[in-house]
Write a protein that binds this ligand. Structure first.
Ligand code: SAM
Length: 286
């Protein structure tokens, strides 16, 4: 099968099958061999690895992954792509395509069955409409993962890397940094895709921590507080947390904890680091 990273070959496959792009599935296929090579290199995929690919499309990146890895499992929601993938990946005996919604796949079971529970690598040019739910599901599921190398909207990649003091810092930054070390490894312009997205893209590698960088008594409670403080990010932290019924907190309780931390009572959540959110969570009543 011809290399799909070359635009003419992608066009030929799309025409052969009369494929119509579905906007609702965030379909922007890669048509740049340099970018494809770069992603697989930055994902540090080797011959021992099981790779989980989310959204293979017509199999462009899957071909590169199949060359580099021991085994690839590719999960694609669009059933119209399945016959195309059977064709474009027919030369590879180490690829399994599952016609499923990634948010409904039991990734833990898949890793146990196919990789004896050893950590897998996730590589994907993600559908942008569900980037955050996919990333959060992967991080929170506690599935053994070594790294996650994904193409996402440039602004989202930047948000994942941000620290306190930036307007882009938020719940996603804190969640990603609690579980992993994020590194933007490439910026990718719209002309590397077909059709072109109307946003810039970036490849980000999340290397999972062996141990979280901060200790907290109850991480679910910490993330509940983080979400509540960024939902009303222009309010003071004390007001934002007291206004969110799920926290069960009063303004006075939050102010008291802030005093113990030697922080201003009028501080906003966006000024707190991950370490400070962990401490705050431990100081507040549950
Ligand atoms: N990997 C291909 C490439 O780079 O050319 C396609 C990437 S395209 C940005 C995203 C792919 O994810 C599409 O093939 C789309 O159909 C698929 N997709 C969208 N939502 C999905 C979901 N919930 N589960 C699995 N695949 C999904």
């Amino acid at each position: 099968m011809a290399e799909l990273g070359i635009p003419q070959n992608t066009i030929a496959v799309l025409q052969k099958y009369g494929f119509r792009f579905q906007k609702k599935y965030g379909q922007n296929f890669l048509i740049d061999t340099n970018v494809l090579e770069r992603i697989v290199k930055e994902a540090l995929v080797g011959p021992e690895d099981l790779v989980l690919e989310i959204g293979p499309g017509i199999g462009t990146m899957t071909q590169y992954l199949a060359e580099a890895a021991r085994e690839v499992v590719a999960v694609e929601i669009d059933r119209n792509l399945i016959p195309i993938l059977e064709d474009t990946l027919s030369a590879y005996s180490n690829v399994t395509v599952l016609n499923e919604d990634i948010l409904k796949v039991d990734i833990g079971a898949l890793v146990r069955e196919r990789n004896e529970g050893r950590p897998v690598k996730v590589v994907a040019n993600l559908p942008y409409y569900i980037t955050t739910p996919i990333v959060m599901e992967l991080l929170e599921s506690r599935v053994p993962l070594e790294n996650i190398t994904i193409m996402v909207q440039k602004e989202v990649a930047e948000r994942m890397q941000m620290g306190p003091g930036s307007k882009d810092y938020g719940a996603l930054s804190l969640a990603v940094q609690y579980y992993a070390r994020p590194e933007i490894v490439a910026n990718v312009p719209p002309n590397c895709f077909m059709p072109r997205p109307n946003v810039g893209s970036a490849v980000i590698r999340l290397t999972l921590h062996k141990e979280p960088p901060v200790k907290v008594r109850d991480e679910h409670r910490m993330f509940q507080l983080i979400r509540a403080s960024f939902l009303q990010r222009r309010k003071t932290l004390a007001n934002a947390l007291a206004n969110a019924p799920e926290t069960g907190l009063t303004r006075e309780e939050v102010q008291e904890a802030l005093q113990k931390m030697e922080l201003s009572e009028t501080i906003r959540g966006e000024a707190l680091s991950l370490e400070q959110f962990a401490l705050l969570s431990d100081l507040l009543p549950v």
